[in-house]
Design a protein around this ligand. Structure first.
Ligand code: NDP
Length: 433
């Protein structure tokens, strides 16, 4: 595996300032001094706004007019937002996924070298867990469990997931004070309670070998997103949405090892941002198109469906190709599939790909992801804005994320990153952005 994540490598002669600085006397405990997401005020607003947006979208999606820009005319009673059964169900779900995570199946992979020069071990069994979950859900349905009526518990399930995300983030925040300085994330250690609670102070919080961030990243939310799939195959439009999203989830779990070189794992701490994102936002917001189609069926002509499938295939091809290429290169640069690619050396000893997918734009994986997002919104037609919320939100997220990553890479690689930017001038969309 690779080298230390946060080498000092200050950019020489560059116009950007590094996003955070490592104080000389704290080489193993970086203190974030340049804050992201609008600092304490911005993160405080997001703590409030994210759950509000989540519930606004769920209510709108199930309302008659389904108008994104207006409040639903009738709000359900507060009792509709809470059910002890929903909480119990969610806890059982988390317990099931945690048990499957711990089963000794599949290979164990090594993460990137940490500041204290150690490597963490990660079980790569997410795909098997998805298979076992599907089997258990199938058995439950055959045995007469009323799993089909889960959609009636959507609001209380979303409330329970939000509550669990808040409680988990609080526990993670408190736990981070027991962690050694070298275990803290570079970005979530500002000293401001709200900011650090939001971003997460500890990089890889664990109980024994159980990695909380890695567990939450793909399992309870992603598998949950698939498990709450709506309404079978009643129409071509619903069939496409279900099929595309199934491909996305299966792909993520099949290629689980690739998340070990992503920003979430190597850079971001585990706090509210990821906990809420993984446990509440992904399963309830990413399923909006299917929820929309259940309440507002749309017809789709075969040639249009064919064109949408082609768009999805192009997006998937770029997304998977780029992620696999970078992950393979970072894990083993001598692998025959990447050994011939042109690279730029950096002062850290790590090299940057400058040909192949990563020579086309600086974040080809984001481009593929965005094309797929558009493809699984298009089957919902053009009469409503709501199914396109995902595309708009995801574009903002990835543009902002790309900017964050650029700043981190500039700090890590300095002049080498500037050379990469000069040789690959576009960030996400060739000749556009
Ligand atoms: P990336 O997987 O793009 O990782 C960024 C890192 O890759 C950089 O910090 C750098 O790290 C390395 N890198 C950048 N350029 C090069 C290069 N030219 N050569 C070699 N290495 C390079 O970041 P993300 O974690 O943001 O994204 C992972 C995937 O997850 C993407 O496909 C994204 O679309 C998806 N995603 C999906 C979300 C969703 O909600 N569905 C949310 C966020 C992301 P280093 O050099 O240190 O290795």
């Amino acid at each position: 595996m690779d080298e230390l994540d946060s080498q000092p490598g200050q950019p020489r002669g560059c116009t950007h300032r590094p996003r955070f600085r490592t104080m000389a006397h704290q080489q193993t405990s970086p203190r974030s001094v340049e804050l992201e997401f609008g600092g304490p005020l911005g993160t405080a607003a997001m703590l409030l706004l994210l759950p509000v947006v989540l519930f606004h979208l769920l209510l709108t999606c199930h309302s008659g007019p389904c108008s994104l820009l207006n409040l639903p005319s009738e709000l359900p009673p507060t009792s509709a937002f809470w059910s002890p059964w929903a909480l119990l169900l969610l806890l059982l779900w988390l317990g099931l996924q945690a048990t499957l995570y711990l089963l000794p199946m599949g290979k164990v992979s090594e993460g990137r070298m940490l500041r204290d020069k150690s490597h963490l071990q990660y079980p790569i069994n997410g795909f098997r867990c998805l298979g076992l979950t599907a089997l258990l859900v199938g058995l439950g349905l055959a045995g007469g469990l009323p799993l089909g009526s889960l959609s009636e518990l959507l609001l209380p399930l979303a409330s329970a997931a939000t509550a669990i995300a808040f409680i988990l983030s609080l526990l993670l925040y408190l736990k981070s004070f027991t962690a050694p300085p070298s275990a803290l994330a570079p970005g979530g250690n500002s000293g401001n309670i709200i900011y650090d609670f939001f971003l997460g102070r500890e990089l890889n919080p664990r109980f024994g070998s159980f990695d909380l961030k890695y567990f939450c990243e793909l399992r309870p939310g992603m598998i949950g997103w698939e498990a709450e799939r709506q309404g079978g195959w009643p129409s071509l439009a619903m069939g496409l949405v279900n099929a595309f999203q199934l491909v996305y989830v299966v792909d993520a779990l099949w290629n689980e090892e690739a998340i070990l070189t992503t920003m979430d794992i190597i850079h971001d701490g585990f706090g509210f941002m990821l906990a809420f994102g993984d446990l509440a936002w992904v399963p309830f917001i990413y399923s909006l198109q299917a929820q929309f189609l259940l309440n507002h069926p749309q017809s789709l002509e075969l040639p249009v469906a064919g064109a949408i499938c082609l768009l999805f295939a192009i997006g998937y091809f770029i997304f998977r190709g780029a992620n696999t290429q970078k992950n393979t290169f970072r894990r083993d640069p001598t692998d025959p599939s990447v050994a011939g690619l042109e690279t730029i050396p950096t002062a850290t000893g790590r090299r940057l790909l400058v040909s192949g997918w990563w020579g086309m734009v600086r974040h080809p994986n984001y481009l593929g992801d965005l094309i797929m997002a558009l493809a699984w919104s298009l089957p919902c037609g053009v009469t409503h804005l709501l199914p396109y919320f995902y595309v708009v939100y995801f574009t903002i997220l990835l543009v902002h994320r790309e900017d964050r990553d650029e700043r981190q890479c500039l700090q890590k690689y300095g002049l080498a990153w500037r050379e990469y930017c000069a040789r690959v001038p576009y960030r996400i969309v060739p000749y556009v952005y």
